[in-house]
Structures are given as C-alpha cells and as structure tokens.
Ligand binder design. Structure first.
Ligand code: ATP
Ligand code: MG
Length: 419
C-alpha cells in the first residue's frame, strides 16, 4: 500500500458530526439575518491582491503576513479571500447594489483563508457568516446591527456571550490618540513581546489587542481612545450606547477593542465567550466608512463576521435537533432486497430519514445495525409480506412488533406527517 496522503496543515476536515453543527448554526443564523431584511450574496473566493492590500491595509496582520497570494498564469497577483468585507463592498460598488429603500443589507457565508499558526479555534481555512449594512452613516444602523447580533445569541440559547463595544474615532481625532499611544508603548517597550514591538510603527492600535499576559499588564495604563474622540465621534458613540441600553442589549464598553483593519472607524464591537479560552472572539465587527474610498467608490458601511467554528463551540447542542433515523427497512429474504429499497424510497419521498441494508447481511445483522444507527422503527419485509402485501413494523422505543397492511401503513404515515 502506498503512504496515506494527508491534508494540508491548518486545513481542517469537517466530519459529518461537525458539518451538521456548522449547517445547523448557519441555518439558524441565516433565518435570523433574513428577519432583519438581509439578503444573501455569493462572492468569489479569489480576488485581486490589490483589493485586500488597499481595502484592508498593508500594515495589518492579515495583509502583512497572513494572505494566500499567488500569481495566475498571466502573472496577475491573486489572493484567496481572508475576510468578506472588502469583497462585499467591492461587489456593492461594482454592481451598483444600492437599495432604493435606503441601507443595503447583505450577508455572505463561506470559507476564508489566512496563513496563521494553527491551534484550537484557529485554522488556515475557516468559515465565516457575516453581514454588511452599506449606505447609512449611523448611529441607528450601528444600534440595529449590534442588537441583531445580541438577539442571535439569545435565539440560539447561548447566554454567556458578552458584547464589547468601543469607538475607534475617525481620521480627525484618531491621530492624536495614536501619537500618545505610541509614546506610551515606546516607554513600555522593555515589557512587550516581539510582535507588539513590530507593531509600534506599523499598527500601534493593534498592540492593545495583544493576548500575551505580560503585554496586557504593561498596557494597563495606556491612553484610552474614548478620551480623544472629536465631538461628532463622541456624539455618535453616546447615541450608540444609549440606543443599546434603550433596546435592553447588554454590553460593556471596552477601550481595548480595536480592529486589525485600517478602514474601521467609530463603532467597533466584538462578541466574546470565556468558554473559548484564548481565542475567545466569536464575532467581530465595526464601522468602515473609509473602505469604499480606498477601493475607488464612496459609501458608509458597518458589518460583522461570525466565526462558524467558534459559534458551534459556544452553542448548547442539547437543545438542537440532531438527525435521527426514522426507519430502517430490513429484508428478511433475498427476494425482498429490492422491494425493501423501494419501500425506503417511498418513505423518503414522504420526508423521512430512512436507512436500508446495502451489504446483503442477515436479518439479525440488519436489526443490530438498525439499533446501532439509532433508528426509531424497523420495517421488515420477507417473502410472506411480499405475498400478502404487508409489512412488519417494529418500534424500538416500545419493543412492539406487528404486521400491518402495506397500503394502510403508508396511508397512516401520511396522516402522521401532514397532521
Ligand atoms: P483574532 O484576534 O482572533 O485573530 P481577527 O481580528 O483576526 O481575530 P476577524 O478578522 O475580525 O478576526 O474575524 C472575525 C471572526 O472570525 C473572529 O472573531 C473569529 O471568530 C473568526 N476567525 C478569525 N480568524 C480565524 C481563524 N484563523 N480560524 C478560525 N476562526 C477565525
Ligand atoms: Mg487574526
């Protein structure tokens, strides 16, 4: 036998059990987004490298060291998308998706790619579901978007996700903060990790976000951006927090919430859950009024992205509906093999999950298999049942077994499913 070929590091296979959870979490999230008027868009996995370099920012972790970039056959530089916002705004501008009613509400879901050090909750291909509200300057949009995120967790029965909010100011007020922050960081440089030191020049705000405990400690007295906001940004932030309070959305103001992406301004927020350990952010988002201009258009915008892997980790799976095998159709004789598969098809046509033997096993082995599959009921057909047009129904929960007419069984079944 040749050597088993393995997958690529950081590219995780999603097993049937995990895929079920992803799908369930994604479906609930889609339904929730739809109730707020968001509509799905499907965007390419590959974009020109320039889109991310300009739209995310050269100095960010993503563009600096995490992108999967390669030349195509003509030497054009392409990149596997590391996030969805830049593509969504590009598509909005290019396709002229401005909603006549006002704010354009779109959402996307699918894989993102980042060259990161793989660890629990951090992969090189991971999945996000995210939304963008494009066209409104806020703060009402900001309030609704954060409210929506909060209600998503409520609807999923997750009650220990915290929403943290902050303001990142704007190009008018942020530079003064940045200067003071850089001074502070330089004075504390002896206590900081190499990553933070590298960021002093390129992206000092990201230093606030460092997870290394000694860095966190060294930054405890760092300047707080909220003290630097201009009156417009200050007013915006006060209205956002007052709106959240008015809607009963629990939140905490956390001045350490920054985004790694340059185009974010004003409202920034995260949903975190301590149960996740070091990678505790389930969702992250913010306002990005500067992004459209970077890529040649003009539009206000705010959005967030949820990490699907992490969302499935915080959900309570006891309350989710796991798939169950409704029927297992067993063939007692060789002649009944194809009729058994036919009966399985009829039941599937009525919407049931049905399994049948595909390995020519004995009846005893089939019943054992049905039991292992967790089937609720088994239907058995053999030569007698074929002749009499009957079927034996065995209910695993009660242990009862009876022979019934095939037609009346199917008729009753229909009544069950529609009633
Ligand atoms: P972090 O601080 O964890 O690196 P980030 O700022 O890079 O996060 P965003 O770009 O804001 O993350 O992405 C939004 C969400 O996507 C995160 O909150 C997380 O749930 C998820 N996410 C980001 N990167 C990864 C990854 N490599 N693997 C799995 N999920 C991820
Ligand atoms: Mg990251």
């Amino acid at each position: 036998m040749s050597k088993l070929i393995r997958g690529i590091r950081g590219f995780k296979d999603i097993s049937p059990d995990e895929a079920f959870r992803h799908r369930y979490a994604e479906d609930r999230t889609r339904e929730h987004f739809a109730r707020f008027g968001y509509r799905e868009v499907r965007l390419p996995l590959v974009e020109s490298t320039e889109l991310f370099a300009r739209g995310i920012g050269e100095a960010t972790d993503i563009v600096d060291k995490e992108m999967y970039t390669f030349p195509d056959r003509n030497g054009v530089s392409l990149t596997l998308r590391p996030e969805g916002t830049a593509s969504a705004v590009r598509a909005y501008l290019e396709g002229n998706w401005k909603a006549p009613s006002g704010v354009t509400k779109i959402f996307y879901t699918g894989p993102m790619f980042r060259y990161e050090r793989p660890q629990k909750g951090r992969y090189r291909q991971f999945y996000q579901i995210g939304l963008e509200a494009i066209g409104g300057p806020g703060p009402l949009v900001d309030i609704e978007v954060i409210d929506l995120l909060h209600l998503l967790f409520v609807g999923l029965g997750v009650n220990d996700v915290k929403i943290l909010v902050n303001s990142l100011g704007c190009p008018a007020c942020r530079p003064a903060f940045r200067d003071d922050l850089v001074d502070y960081i330089k004075a504390a440089a002896g206590k900081l990790c190499s990553n933070c030191l590298r960021r002093i020049e390129t992206n000092p705000m990201r230093v606030l976000d460092c997870k290394v405990p000694t860095c966190r400690e060294a930054l405890e007295g760092a300047p707080v951006i909220l003290g630097y906001l201009c009156s417009d940004c200050d007013d915006h932030f006060s209205r956002v927090t007052a709106g959240l309070t008015g809607l009963g959305v629990p939140y905490e103001v956390d001045p350490k919430i920054v985004r790694g992406l340059d185009y974010y301004n004003r409202t920034a927020f995260e949903a975190v859950c301590d149960r996740l350990g070091a990678q505790n952010a389930v969702a992250a988002g913010g306002r990005y009024d500067g992004l459209a201009r970077e890529i040649g258009g003009d539009a206000y915008g705010i959005g967030f992205a949820i990490g699907l892997e992490r969302l499935t980790l915080v959900m309570d799976w006891k309350s989710a509906e796991l798939p169950v095998v409704d029927y297992y159709v067993a063939a007692a004789t060789q002649r009944a093999r194809i009729p058994a598969l036919g009966l399985a098809d009829v039941l599937r046509g009525k919407g049931y999950l049905v399994e049948a033997d595909l390995e020519d096993r004995s009846l005893k082995a089939q019943l054992r298999s049905a039991n292992r599959a967790g089937a609720l009921r088994v239907l058995i057909i053999g030569d007698d049942e074929l002749r009499d047009e009957t079927v034996q129904v065995k209910d695993f929960s009660t242990g009862q077994q009876q022979t019934v007419g095939r037609d009346s069984f199917l008729k009753e079944l229909q009544a069950l499913k529609t009633g």
